[in-house]
Design a protein around this ligand. Structure first.
Ligand code: ADP
Length: 631
């Protein structure tokens, strides 16, 4: 019999499990019961439309059997079972080994967090067992198989005997040590308590033979002789869990902990959710549990991430990730929806067109939106945490689909503001605007520190106006999609007209430009191909130059668009602005007859402007040579 090796990552994880400092060894039971319940869910769902399954709802159960003498604990289900191939794939590797690798290399989390995060449930058995045996028969298959492993050394799969579909998992418990007791998990009362604690809402009965003792019947004679009672053992089958799904319970019965427990277990997130809500809606009729995670899943901003809510029809799981229930901009929401009105044997395609489902989706969107607004208002600290994790997604939402959803999302958006460097909402910004301020100003750059140094912000800051700092690549696109908020237009600090200068000032600048038109033309000729034009700046105070752009594409957008794969290179129409009040301008005027020298100055000034803007100079060697030459 060939012993197979675990895939590399699985092996590492297994090692971690076995040597884990993980304190909650007891969760192994919850993991195995959840797996069993999922497996039954699948077969139960089949049975609703397929008579061949031959089981009724009441026939489905999970059995726990403890044998303290043999030191084994057995968990059995009559669910869908696994084929040989499934045993190999499901138990020989970790489903999400790629993600595991990512986390591990980045050392972002401690071992235990990794364990919690990836739902590597089955492996947790090795925290308490020295040997794990899985005997399984897949529904519809006539062969059963046995998977056996004693841990990292590998596993074997052989043919086995089993009558009906389902899975039996036998744990040979580890020997007790000075610090650790494993035999406690064989104690029937301990098991019962664990099931109550972690798996009470599991929808199928978790049954166990409990042995109790009771006093024997006494004869009248013994009674009158006052003989001491004799006891006898008897076995009783008990259902350990209450089976009412959490979301169907009364809110008043439930504690904060129950909701959080349910979340961390069901949605494989080690972190507690930031927020949850338990909804019972009438029109359309549905129950839902919705959660906002406190952190973005590691793959959230990637293509791998699948949005969706679990969909139940009257307590039966019909889809694990129903994407149609959530708009993309709320794709971070986790949870489930249960509705009595959904037909069970509905296909994915039909579901998309289901009116009931559409109505539920709409209602859920409304709920999420209003919950977020409430959180923003009443629990700002948590809202900012939320924003940190998922703000990017909302900003994508504003911008995507040609700005179609912007009205729904604009109130949820925040940016860092120049005042106090705190996050502000658009509402807060607009409320803080003085009478005379015309626009909502924003500046873009790769970091706040970088933006603060932008010469373009000087005039606006001098005026005491607040500036929104846009540091994510999507930000400017979102702002352009919004265009305005409460009748106030957005305006880039690099825009042509900042709406600040008086007409007199503008006239003055125009006159100056005409006066120096020869010089400006010469400069722009020297920079031909690099900038569209060279102008005198109205926005600079202390800096000599800055780079802005004309037209729809800003320098920041140029950077973003050019970083996307497979797009044509895009060039913003660059404008070099020179501060007419700066000494350098006087100097330029003085050398304006020396075309050669002027050309060199122009290049240097342009390179400076590029550097300030966070762009790289095109020819660093020339730049360096020019500096030396002019020095
Ligand atoms: P997860 O439950 O997060 O997928 P597990 O390691 O717990 O990870 O289980 C891996 C897979 O093995 C499950 O997704 C399921 O397909 C299969 N599996 C585990 N236990 C059972 C069971 N009792 N019956 C059928 N399939 C099971």
């Amino acid at each position: 019999m060939e012993t197979k090796q675990f895939k590399a990552e699985s092996r590492r994880l297994l090692e971690m499990m076995i040597h884990s400092i993980y304190t909650h060894k007891e969760i192994f039971l919850r993991e195995l019961i959840s797996n069993a319940s999922d497996a039954i869910d699948k077969l139960y769902f089949k049975s609703l439309t397929d008579d061949k399954v031959g089981l009724n709802k009441d026939d489905f159960a999970i059995w726990i059997k403890s044998d303290p003498d043999a030191k084994t604990l057995t968990i059995t289900d009559n669910g869908i079972g696994m084929t040989e191939e499934e045993l190999e794939n499901n138990l020989g590797t970790i489903a999400n080994s790629g993600s595991f690798k990512f986390k591990n290399e980045n050392k972002l989390e401690e071992d235990s967090q990794i364990i919690g995060q990836f739902g590597v449930g089955f492996y947790s058995a090795f925290m308490v067992a020295k040997k794990v045996t899985v005997i399984s028969k897949a529904y519809g298959s006539d062969k059963a198989y046995k998977w056996e492993s004693e841990g990292v050394d590998g596993y074997t799969i052989t043919e086995a005997e089993k009558n009906s579909a389902g899975t039996e998992i036998i744990l040979e418990m580890l020997d007790d040590t000075e610090d650790e007791s494993y035999s406690e998990f064989l104690d029937q009362y301990r098991i019962k308590a664990l099931v109550k604690k972690y798996s009470d809402y599991i929808r199928f009965p978790v049954k166990m033979e409990m042995s109790h003792s009771r006093p024997k019947e006494q004869s009248e004679e013994d009674k009158s002789a006052d003989k001491p009672l004799e006891y006898e053992d008897y076995i009783e089958i008990e259902t350990l869990n209450s089976m009412v799904p959490l979301w169907k319970k009364n809110r008043s019965e439930l504690k904060d902990e129950d909701y959080k427990h349910f979340y961390t277990e069901k949605f494989y997130d080690y972190n507690e959710p930031l927020k949850y809500s338990h909804i019972s809606n009438e029109m359309p009729a549905y129950n839902a549990l919705l959660y906002i995670p406190s952190k973005a899943p590691f793959d959230y901003y990637s293509r791998e991430y699948e949005k969706g809510l679990q969909l139940y029809s009257n307590g039966v799981l019909i889809m694990d990730k129903c994407a149609d229930l959530l708009p993309d901009y709320f794709s971070f929401v986790k949870g489930l929806v249960d509705s009595e009105d959904l037909s069970l044997n509905i296909s994915r395609e039909m579901l998309q067109h289901d009116r009931q489902l559409k109505a539920i989706a709409k209602s859920i969107e409304k709920t999420v939106s209003s919950e977020l607004k409430k959180m923003m208002k009443n629990d700002r600290e948590n809202y900012e945490k939320f924003w940190e994790a998922f703000g990017l997604q909302l900003k994508y939402g504003v911008y995507s689909d040609y700005g179609m959803h912007k009205d729904k999302l604009q109130e949820l958006i925040m940016f860092t503001s120049s005042k106090e460097k705190k996050l502000v909402t658009l509402d807060e910004y607009v409320t803080g605007m003085g009478e005379e301020q015309k626009y909502i100003y924003y500046a873009t750059g790769e970091s706040i520190a970088r933006i603060e140094q932008l010469p373009q912000t000087e005039l606006i800051r001098d005026k005491g106006y607040e500036i929104l700092y846009l540091t994510d690549s999507v930000d400017e696109f979102a702002v352009k999609a919004l265009h305005q908020y409460k009748d106030k237009e957005f305006r880039s600090v690099s825009a042509d007209d900042l709406g600040i200068e008086t007409e007199d000032k503008k006239e003055e600048l125009k006159a100056k430009e005409e006066e120096n038109s020869g010089l400006l033309t010469a400069l722009s000729e020297a920079l031909s191909g690099k900038v569209a034009k060279v102008v005198l700046s109205q926005r600079l105070r202390s800096h000599p130059v800055c780079l802005t752009s004309e037209g729809d594409i800003s320098l920041e957008m140029e950077k973003v668009l050019n970083s996307l794969p497979n797009t044509e290179k895009i060039q913003a129409q660059r404008v070099l602005e020179i501060n007419p009040e700066h000494d350098i301008f006087t100097k330029l005027k003085a050398i304006s007859d020396d075309k050669n020298k002027l050309g060199k100055y122009a290049k240097l000034l342009y390179d400076q402007a590029l550097l300030i803007e966070g762009l790289s100079v095109e020819d660093p060697v020339e730049f360096s040579n020019l500096i030396c030459e002019l020095m």
